[in-house]
Design a protein around this ligand. Structure first.
Ligand code: BGC
Length: 704
């Protein structure tokens, strides 16, 4: 197919159709697909609908084939539609939510999860996934933190690449390859007060240094598309923000792919107060280079008028359509418009026992052990009580579970039975009056608590992110009776855990998907050793948000001795309760960091050698983290920034000597204009197991 000839043969209306994405309910009276966002009636003609270039979210191969056949049979040029969907942490086999994926600090696992997701999604003819979400997020009030990789730029970059590499298995024309659309550009995670869809206002210095790197990593990993964010960015809705799309995305970050809006977001520029009406919105969208509008119809309704009144240029429209056609061509849709969609493959490929086995294997590194006084691992001979609201639930898939079915999840009780462990469900309530006389029957209590899965995700912002303070009463009572309590926390965001600090052990399990209870029970029993680390800091109090380990100093650093006019809160300590990078395991590892050179010119990599020793009789994993800072510097650098990390495995009593190499590019700093500034200074490196448990080295740095 010569797409230039095709473009030349298209009417303006047909071009505008390619620039429009509609949900399947425009084509099917009955679609079993949940569409996120408002279902607004668009006043489109039959021909307009058939000219649509892409479809958002179909429910099955049958639906995809029906819609694609309609388009191929009834439209003049028979241009196959692209089918896109939110395959975020699985299609039918569901994996840990992305925040939990990040907690593994293990990109190989994330890559493999997405290979499986891509294979399953392709059975219903999905071509593009609206994933990964690489919005840096530091505000746990924002419900969408579950969908991203947390607070750290480096971890976000690593996971962005791993995610995309997984979806991109094989060649673009292969069944099982999913094109990707990273999102949401720009800085959606920084919405003011953690309120979804709210404004974002930040300096370009902050944007370039903290927020841009993960989007850049997605571009470098060859993501085919980007989705613009709902929010305004520095006063202009991202959907029509030319500074973002042209100056930053295209000119500075060299993105050449297709740009799509978020759901109905072009129309919503009117509600933002930026566009006068849909005519104006369409003009602003085309001027900003918005190639596809999702679930609104400003282009189709007003594009012809805009051209006839010479308000927009046909060259801009042609450029957008050409990119869309190129994407269709690269995915092989002109040769095989039904690529991958097969009811037969749906029967044999979805939720296979192999996929479920892999889901389990790939999830062990996500839960994070936050406290353990020795009660864990549980003895398999113990009599264990299950108490609390999550004791019997199957709602463990996580908020973006697409076609996952909670019936595929076993309850904790079922899983314990399958593992022949003596576990008894006692009560969902934690009311001591109801259960005090039963506690004597048990050796240990598993307190199954947290935040329900429907309270994180899109439009799920909250200010009350603390664990119910009444739980403390229960823990105090159990402590007084010498009954050990293990708090097993569920949730899609960092929670304030102060009420449960007196539990004997605390494990943050997130939402792990189809095999949640198997993974958690095996970790609690010590059949596997926990190795997850927090991808976001957990606050002491919601008032600390936004929060991260990645602090800048002030002119008056915290000083507990002369502390009146130094930076602090009067009523809560500055630090997180559990910091980014923190997580325990059942082994005790020690690290010895070897001396490094005293000067570095950046020409050759800087080598840091360390020896890790496992002083226990069980094997385990540890994440060695290297944080760095340089001063003096303008702009100033944070006190600690994760520069590099590696996860290593040690057998019982094993010692390993490893070398981490640091490169000059790891210390890149941007100024307000997006230019790199590298000034000589004293470099401080911290090496260890989290930002607070570190060995410190200093050297003089004079960049090349
Ligand atoms: C979300 C996007 C998502 C889109 C399509 C929107 O509401 O913000 O992340 O990709 O819906 O489902």
């Amino acid at each position: 197919m010569n797409i230039h000839d095709l473009l030349n043969s298209m009417t303006l209306k047909e071009k505008l159709g390619q620039m429009t994405q509609l949900p399947p309910h425009f084509f099917l009276s009955l679609s079993d697909t949940e569409v996120f966002g408002e279902k607004r009636t668009l006043y489109l003609s039959h021909d307009d609908i058939l000219s649509t270039g892409s479809i958002l979210g179909v429910g099955s191969a049958k639906e995809m084939v029906t819609i694609q056949s309609l388009i191929l049979e009834k439209s003049r040029l028979k241009i196959p539609a692209l089918f896109m969907a939110d395959i975020i942490h699985g299609y039918q086999t569901i994996f840990p939510i992305p925040l939990a994926q990040a907690a593994s600090f293990n990109p190989n696992l994330v890559k493999r999860m997405n290979e499986i997701s891509a294979l399953e999604a392709s059975t219903c003819g999905i071509h593009v996934t609206f994933s990964p979400m690489v919005d840096l997020s530091r505000d746990a009030r924002w419900g969408r933190v579950m969908e991203g990789f947390g607070e750290d730029p480096l971890l976000n970059q690593v996971m962005a690449k791993a995610s995309i590499d997984g979806y991109h298995k094989g060649k673009p024309t292969d069944v099982g390859y999913l094109a990707t659309c990273f999102k949401h550009f720009a800085a959606y995670g920084a919405s003011e007060s953690g309120r979804d869809y709210n404004s974002v206002d930040m300096s370009y210095e902050r944007f370039h240094n903290l927020y841009r790197p993960s989007y850049q990593a997605a571009i470098d990993a060859k993501s085919e598309m980007v989705m613009l964010a709902f929010n305004t960015f520095n006063g202009v809705p991202s959907t029509i923000n030319k500074t973002l799309t042209q100056n930053i995305l295209k000119d500075t970050m060299h993105f050449k792919g297709v740009i799509i809006s978020d759901y109905d977001a072009l129309h919503q520029t009117i509600a933002h107060g930026a566009a006068k009406d849909d005519f104006d919105a369409a003009r602003l969208g085309i001027e900003a280079g918005l190639d596809i509008e999702m679930a609104s119809s400003a282009y189709l309704e007003h594009g012809e008028d805009l051209i006839s009144k010479q308000k927009v240029s046909i060259d801009d429209i042609n450029a957008s359509v050409l990119k869309i056609l190129e994407l269709k061509q690269s995915l092989g849709l002109f040769e095989d418009p039904f690529k991958g969609a097969s009811e037969l493959r749906e029967k044999t490929l979805l939720k296979t026992s192999l996929h479920f086995e892999e889901a389990e294997k790939l999830s062990y590194e996500s839960p994070v052990l936050l406290k353990n006084d020795g009660v864990l691992p549980l003895k398999s001979s113990s009599k264990i009580a299950l108490i609390g609201p999550f004791s019997k639930t199957r709602s463990l898939l996580g908020a973006w579970h697409w076609h996952g079915n909670i019936k595929d999840c076993n309850t904790y009780e079922e899983t314990a039975k399958n593992l022949s462990v003596d576990v008894t469900y006692v009560s969902e309530s934690l009311d001591i009056n109801d259960i005090h006389n039963q506690l004597d029957l048990f050796d240990v209590i598993l307190l199954m608590i947290g935040e329900p899965q429907h309270e994180s995700g899109e439009a799920k912002s909250k200010v009350g992110i603390h664990i119910d303070p009444n739980i403390k009463t229960f823990i105090d009572y159990a402590n007084s009776k010498h009954k050990p309590v293990v708090a097993v926390i569920h949730g899609g965001r960092p929670l304030v855990l102060d009420a449960i600090l007196d539990a004997n052990a605390i494990m943050m399990t997130w939402f792990l998907g189809s095999r949640h209870t198997e993974v958690v029970m095996k970790l609690l029993l010590g059949l596997k050793n926990p190795s997850g680390k927090l991808p976001m800091s957990f606050p002491r109090h919601v008032g600390q948000l936004p929060l991260s380990y990645h602090d800048f100093n002030t002119g008056r650093p915290y000083d507990p001795i002369h502390n009146e006019y130094t930076t602090k809160y009067l009523d809560v300590h500055l630090s997180p309760l559990f910091v980014f990078g923190f997580g325990l395991s059942y082994t005790k590892m020690n690290i010895k960091v070897h001396d490094i050179k005293t000067h570095w010119d950046g020409i050759h990599p800087l080598e840091i050698t360390y020896t890790m020793t496992n002083s226990n009789d069980i094997s385990g994993d540890e994440v060695i983290q290297v944080y760095g800072s340089i001063h003096p510097s303008i702009p100033v650098r944070p006190l600690k920034k994760l520069i590099s990390y590696e996860k290593i495995h040690l057998k019982p009593f094993e010692s390993k000597t490893q070398t981490i190499k640091l490169f000059e590019k790891d210390f890149i700093l941007y100024n307000e204009s997006g230019n790199i500034v590298m000034t000589p200074g004293t470099m401080t490196l911290h090496i260890g197991f989290n930002p607070y448990e570190l060995h410190t080295l200093t050297l003089e740095w004079s960049p090349s």
